[in-house]
Ligand binder design. Structure first.
Ligand SMILES: [Zn+2]
Length: 125
């Protein structure tokens, strides 16, 4: 099952632009100028992202009716806006801080294993 966090962790700049319509890039750049306090202004759950900008609130969800496409909406603007740009630009820039980018998988280098461990690894299941 796809959840919003998975989707957002794979979000690219191009996809973010597309989500914001024909002027998507401008909204992203304008929105990127907002100073956002992640602790105070952002809520991120498995299937909900909310950014509180004071003058407006931006919500992201997945739309199950549209093949789990990201659905973005602003509490004040009926159309694409800089608030939505701020939300997406924040997600693109703060993936790590938001816990969206999975840390690289830990791998045990083969050189560090002892002889007995190597034998254990060599044994068939
Ligand atoms: Zn707005």
């Amino acid at each position: 099952m796809i959840n919003l966090k998975d989707k957002l962790s794979h979000l690219s700049f191009i996809q973010a632009c597309k989500l914001l319509g024909p002027q998507g890039k401008d909204h992203l750049i304008q929105g990127g100028m907002w100073d956002v306090d992640l602790e105070e202004q952002v809520i991120l759950k498995r299937d909900l992202f909310h950014l509180d900008l004071g003058e407006a609130g931006v919500t992201l969800r997945l739309d199950p009716a549209k093949n789990h496409k990201i659905d973005i909406s602003c509490s004040v603007c009926p159309v694409y806006c800089d608030h939505q740009g701020a939300a997406l630009s924040l997600i693109l820039e703060e993936k790590l801080a938001l816990g969206l980018a999975a840390p690289p998988k830990e791998r045990v280098p083969i050189e560090s294993l002892s002889d007995s461990e190597l034998v254990a690894h060599a044994e068939p299941d």
